[in-house]
Ligand binder design. Sequence first.
Ligand SMILES: Cc1cc2nc3c(=O)[nH]c(=O)nc-3n(C[C@H](O)[C@H](O)[C@H](O)COP(=O)(O)OP(=O)(O)OC[C@H]3O[C@@H](n4cnc5c(N)ncnc54)[C@H](O)[C@@H]3O)c2cc1C
Length: 87
Amino acid sequence: MPPSRTRTPPGWRPQSKAVGSYHHPVGTCAMGPDPERGAVVDSRGAVHGVRGLWVADASVMPTIPSANTHLSTIVVAERIGAWLAAG
Ligand SMILES: Cc1cc2nc3c(=O)[nH]c(=O)nc-3n(C[C@H](O)[C@H](O)[C@H](O)COP(=O)(O)OP(=O)(O)OC[C@H]3O[C@@H](n4cnc5c(N)ncnc54)[C@H](O)[C@@H]3O)c2cc1C
């Protein structure tokens, strides 16, 4: 493979180091009780401070799960979807 001709600009963190894998991106929408500490959604996927908006995908996972990422995403979506359907 020829050497890369692209350069990372000074101060930038290479994306490959930030996400670990391009195949299983997770954790961009942290779940937690306190938005002041970086949480975007609560434990039921509701976005803090935004009424009527939920997130139900791989972004709420704090780290890449050891189980199948796709299956885990479906479980998250099914669970949050069931809570929403139940009102
Ligand atoms: C090459 C590859 C191989 C993989 N192999 C596996 C595997 O073998 N096993 C496994 O468990 N997982 C695998 N994964 C990971 C798995 O696909 C993801 O974890 C899973 O799809 C994440 O689901 P998601 O709903 O969070 O995101 P996505 O499936 O990416 O869904 C996001 C959706 O939002 C849509 N979208 C984006 N922006 C907008 C917008 N502005 N407006 C409207 N819609 C928008 C996109 O079109 C897309 O349909 C693989 C991923 C890749 C890339």
